[in-house]
Design a binder for this molecule. Structure first.
Ligand code: CTP
Ligand code: MG
Length: 235
């Protein structure tokens, strides 16, 4: 009975703009992926980290991670990713040994998640309260559903869900391994997070408190924020 973390890191980072694949861009001089691996291996419960790398750069990512060794108790494996995040996670799950019973899925693009959040997710899964656990935070913005227009034309507003019932969902998301593997085998169509796939199975998913520092580095402004958070930690 052990816990592993799968880190999808095979995306290009189109929204961040031109440059290296997003996971290899640096924060405080250290690749985002290395921060993400450290965030997972900081949890004493995590004995294996599976990094899902851009398929054309598996050897490069392996070399990079060897330069920043994880604690001895944590094994780090690198596998090739796929064309979508969903496919990359599935390929990561295929690399898990049989002994793994609890799986975290953590975006390389969330390099600064605190270890307390990681531990809280693991604990909630292991407690057996639900086979799927997501860290979530309340929203600052009001959210509206619209009829989307790609071209920047005004979009008709269809409704405004009550903000108090909405949460922004982060990673690591934690799962009973068998449940997540089944979701990735059975659920088709576009789902933007792993818990969403488990929901499609009709399985119970619960949210625990996330953390503001677990935000996803998506656009250039997020890099500015991430550098500031790191600098604050270093004082
Ligand atoms: N990811 C992946 N394989 C893909 C696409 C995404 O492993 N084919 C990973 C990314 O590397 C990232 C995480 O999924 O760690 C969350 O995705 P996102 O933030 O959307 O990253 P990108 O897809 O790289 O960014 P963009 O959508 O702007 O291109
Ligand atoms: Mg993406």
């Amino acid at each position: 009975r052990s816990t592993a973390a799968v880190i999808p890191a095979a995306g290009r980072g189109v929204r961040l703009g031109p440059g290296a694949p997003k996971a290899l861009r640096t924060l405080g001089g250290i690749p985002m992926l290395v921060h993400a691996v450290r965030a997972m291996s900081a949890s004493r419960a995590v004995s294996l980290v599976v990094v899902v790398a851009p398929p054309d750069d598996v050897a490069g990512v392996r070399t990079l991670l060897d330069e920043y060794p994880a604690p001895e108790r944590t094994e780090v494996v690198v596998v090739a990713g796929g064309a979508t995040r969903q496919e990359s996670v599935r390929l990561g799950l295929e690399a898990l040994p049989d002994t793994v019973t609890t799986v975290l899925v953590h975006d390389a693009a969330r390099p600064l998640v605190p270890v307390d959040t990681v531990d809280a997710v693991i604990e909630a899964v292991r407690d057996g309260g639900a086979p799927a656990v997501v860290p979530a935070v309340p929203l600052a913005d009001t959210v509206k559903e619209v009829e989307p227009h790609e071209d920047g034309a005004p979009e008709p507003v269809l409704g405004t869900p009550a903000r108090s019932r909405l949460r922004a969902v982060q990673t690591p998301q934690g799962f009973d391994r068998e449940t997540l593997v089944r979701a990735h085998a059975e659920v088709t169509g576009e789902v933007t997070d792993d818990a969403g796939m488990v929901e499609r199975l009709g399985v119970r998913v619960v949210a625990v408190p996330g953390h503001e520092e677990a935000f996803k580095v998506t656009r250039p402004l997020d890099l500015v924020l991430a550098e500031a958070v790191l600098a604050r930690r270093r004082v």
